[in-house]
Design a protein around this ligand. Structure first.
Ligand SMILES: Cc1cc2nc3c(=O)[nH]c(=O)nc-3n(C[C@H](O)[C@H](O)[C@H](O)COP(=O)(O)OP(=O)(O)OC[C@H]3O[C@@H](n4cnc5c(N)ncnc54)[C@H](O)[C@@H]3O)c2cc1C
Ligand code: SF4
Ligand code: SF4
Length: 412
């Protein structure tokens, strides 16, 4: 299998997820993340991008390489879920945080605790763009209230790492809340950027995939609303999972259930990179938070419960301190098998991934290099016929050009 050897190869083969790290590394004069006509955030690259900078980007870009934290002596490793020191059911102790957050508010409560305790001075994450609330933009929160304001899952394109250079330039301890692909990029970056030693924690949500903006645009179209009329576009939260709530500046309000939004998988408009994501469970993070609906989906509203994978030793210290300080409530211990039953889609995806990579490769496309992800071991226990279907299906889709994307270069 070959791996992408240029930014052009990453983007044009559908392997870019629009994390924004290339913009942070190269600077906006050389690489600028922009929304494409297809509703994806992608780099627009200047011809003056140096070979050296491009090589640095390719060493960390989640379209080119995906690395999980390595196994450690005496620490459990699950084939699907990776390295973990503890899996526990938990939620934010503050009822308002728990209610307003995506699930149980664990990520928000950890961000709040980190700032409140002075362990960090800034938290990089994403939130709704106040001028265009259907879109997401990176944000650096410096207070407990700011973390709260940017709680919830943003299902469309989001480029949190476009804010990383601003964060690193602050010369202060920080944390990042992000998706697993973003966390993998940060894990790689710590080797080449000494400023990453100021990173106190990387916290992620387990991730089923990021939609193109067209998913949200189709919701507006069905309701007969123009994007410039919006004052609010909240994907979930205010309950678990809560409704998708849309408000207009002239006072109209609309709500869709989780089932309305996500019931039809064909309408998710997932980005290509997500369909072949080798790590959607945050194996590079210190702590990963998931939904834990038995069977994989909600059957109604509940108070909000996260399944929390505590992976690193510093993740253990942070989690315990947040419980001790009254920011988090830790409930029953869980097992990797419990997560399997709550996230059957993650189990299927990870087990089938190597076959998909083989299909891509047979169609002549590069695949991301993977490190510490156990993909061959996962494949070895698969039903060979199912594997063959996944391999051939991917080969055909790639050969038909369904992963192809335009690579944009600045003209001047
Ligand atoms: C695209 C997407 C797909 C998901 N798919 C699954 C899934 O398949 N299984 C599952 O268990 N959970 C999934 N989730 C995660 C789930 O919705 C919750 O985020 C998770 O359970 C954490 O809940 P919480 O209450 O602790 O989060 P909160 O306390 O609400 O905090 C969420 C944090 O994540 C940040 N954030 C939100 N959206 C993004 C984004 N797009 N990129 C980077 N940072 C972001 C916010 O800024 C906030 O700090 C998905 C989330 C997203 C964004
Ligand atoms: S995945 Fe991230 S680093 Fe790689 S090209 Fe896309 S935006 Fe840039
Ligand atoms: S599925 Fe993977 S690539 Fe897609 S947004 Fe989630 S972590 Fe990133």
């Amino acid at each position: 299998m070959t791996h992408p050897d240029s930014l052009r190869a990453v983007v044009s083969n559908g392997l870019c997820i629009g994390c924004g790290l290339c913009e942070s590394i190269a600077g906006t004069r050389s690489v600028r993340i922009s929304m494409t006509a297809e509703g994806r955030e992608r780099p627009i690259v200047s011809p003056d991008l140096s070979a050296e900078t491009e090589a640095h980007i390719l060493d960390v870009c989640p379209g080119a390489v995906v690395e999980a934290r390595p196994p450690e002596e005496g620490v459990p490793v699950d084939l699907v879920w990776g390295v973990y020191r503890r899996i526990v059911r938990a939620w934010a102790a503050d009822p308002d945080t728990r209610f307003r957050a995506a699930t149980g508010g664990v990520l928000t409560a950890l961000g709040q605790f980190l700032l409140h305790s002075g362990r960090v001075r800034a938290v990089l994450h994403v939130g709704a763009d106040p001028d265009a609330p259907m879109r997401s933009r990176w944000v650096i929160s410096r207070t407990v209230d700011e973390v709260m304001r940017n709680a919830q899952s943003r299902y469309g394109p989001a480029a949190p790492l476009a804010g990383l250079e601003t964060l690193l330039a602050m010369d202060a301890p920080f944390a990042v809340i992000c998706k697993p692909c973003d966390a993998g990029a940060l894990w790689r970056l710590r080797r080449s950027d000494p400023r990453m030693t100021r990173c106190v924690a990387v916290l992620v949500m387990v991730c089923g995939g990021a939609s193109e903006l067209g998913k949200s645009q189709s919701v507006l179209a069905a309701l007969g609303i123009e994007e410039d009329e919006l004052s609010l576009f909240r994907y979930r939260g205010y309950g678990n999972p809560g409704k998708t709530r849309i408000e207009t500046r002239d006072g109209r309000a609309f709500e869709l259930s989780y089932q309305d939004m996500w019931g039809d998988e064909k309408a998710w408009r997932l980005q290509s990179r997500c369909k072949v994501c080798p790590d959607a469970v945050g194996e590079a993070a210190d702590i990963a938070a998931a939904d834990i609906w038995p069977g994989g989906g909600p059957v109604g509203e509940d108070a909000g419960f996260n399944g929390v994978l505590v992976r690193s030793s510093r993740g253990v210290s942070l989690f315990d301190a947040a419980v001790e300080a009254g920011f988090l409530i830790a409930d029953d211990e869980m097992s990797a098998h419990d997560l399997d039953t709550c996230q059957p889609h993650q189990v299927r995806k990870k087990r089938g991934l190597r076959a998909r990579f083989q299909g891509m490769s047979e169609a002549g496309a590069p695949v991301p290099k993977t490190v510490n992800l156990r993909l061959s071991a996962l494949q070895s226990s698969n039903d060979p016929e199912a594997d063959e279907r996944a391999r051939e299906g991917t080969r055909v889709r790639v050969a038909q050009g369904r992963f192809r994307e335009s690579f944009h270069v600045t003209k001047d």
